[in-house]
Design a protein around this ligand. Structure first.
Ligand SMILES: [Zn+2]
Length: 350
């Protein structure tokens, strides 16, 4: 991570963490909105903990032996616990089963076995768990046990945008570090340094999360937005709505969706914002989230009364709030799309 790429809003948490680097607790929990840089902070802290040369608030030097091992992906005392679906490697070959979206207990057991022996580099060991809320109940319970008797010199860094989904007993064993979204101007300035100009619309759409914007842009954000808008605009019947929820699920599970950070929660949020803009359009206000689709929206809402659009927005908002767990997001998204379909097609009713 070079200086230009480092998000300045991580400076605060970074100096608090590094100021206490020799007294850090065994378990840290990084929370904050998606795309704010929690994982980046976790990876940089892991690197700093393992680096043999960095002092005080320095970041890892990148040149010492442990840093070289880490950069080549071969540090024996650095572990990442992530769902199979989030891994880059293709070691499964022509694997038949769908990759798991959970962090499974076998992976934790493997890390536990490695932690039971002395650190190879004679120093600290670091485990990054991301997202911690992807641990299934077996894994979470085993991790809780591990934290009750933490191995010597081991640091566990849990990352989660949804800490309420974690076991309360697990949360209470971690020191929580909250990473907040930057001010819009700071986010735009950082994105400009990453070569992303005119990021305001994407920042609005992604609720101010700059790293999500950067990732979307790097992976074809325009495509994702255009695809979303085209899909929603194409809804004409109930079966379209159900079928679309299925297609979006396949999208977010697919490689391109994973890389771009597309998930069901994000798509649900976009749909809610889409409906917000329909209400704005009907009220003669400018679109807030989808300015590029202003013309399309104006023609969609022309035959519809405003109260009906408001009802639709409220219904969809309620379905979105009730869907906090990933398991019911698909169903909630179906409900949301059906509500949307009903509102939009009512213009054809006598
Ligand atoms: Zn180093």
């Amino acid at each position: 991570m070079n200086e230009a790429g480092w998000p300045q809003w991580l400076d605060g948490p970074w100096s608090r963490l590094c100021g206490a680097i020799d007294r850090l607790p065994h378990a840290l929990l990084f929370t904050g909105p998606p795309g704010v840089g929690k994982r980046l902070l976790a990876d940089e802290l892991a690197a700093r903990l393992l680096c043999a040369a960095a002092r005080h608030l320095d970041r890892a030097c990148g040149a010492c032996e442990p840093c070289r091992l880490r950069l080549s992906g071969n540090h024996p005392d650095l572990f990442a616990l992530v769902p199979e679906s989030a891994r880059d490697d293709d070691e499964g070959g022509d694997r038949k089963a769908k990759p798991s979206t959970q962090i499974v207990i076998d992976d934790l057991r493997a890390v536990q076995a490695a932690l039971a022996i002395t650190a190879h580099q004679g120093g600290r060991r670091v485990v990054v768990v991301d997202p911690a809320d992807a641990m299934n109940p077996f894994t979470a319970n085993a991790l809780l046990k591990l934290l009750e008797e933490p191995p010597r010199d081991a640091h566990l860094i849990l990352v989660s945008a949804s800490p309420r989904r974690l076991l309360p007993t697990l949360v209470s064993r971690c020191q929580q570090v909250v990473v907040a979204n930057p001010e819009p101007a700071q986010a735009s300035a950082w994105l400009a340094r990453q070569g992303v100009a005119d990021a305001d619309q994407l920042l609005a759409l992604l609720a101010g999360s700059p790293l999500s914007v950067a990732r979307l842009v790097a992976n074809g954000a325009a495509d994702a937005l255009a695809r979303f808008a085209g899909d929603v605009a194409g809804i004409g019947s109930d079966s379209d709505a159900i079928e679309l929820a299925g297609r979006w699920e396949a999208w977010h599970r697919g490689r391109d969706g994973q890389q771009a950070g597309i998930d069901m929660a994000l798509l649900s949020d976009w749909l809610l914002r889409w409906c917000w803009d329909l209400v704005a359009s009907k009220s003669g206000l400018p679109n807030r989230y989808f300015p590029a689709q202003a013309g399309l929206m104006a023609s969609l809402v022309a035959p519809l009364p405003l109260p009906q659009l408001l009802d639709c927005y409220n219904e969809i908002g309620q379905a979105r709030r009730s869907a906090q767990h990933p398991l019911n997001l698909r169903l909630a998204l179906e409900d949301m799309l059906l509500s949307y379909q009903r509102a939009i097609s009512s213009r054809n009713r006598p």
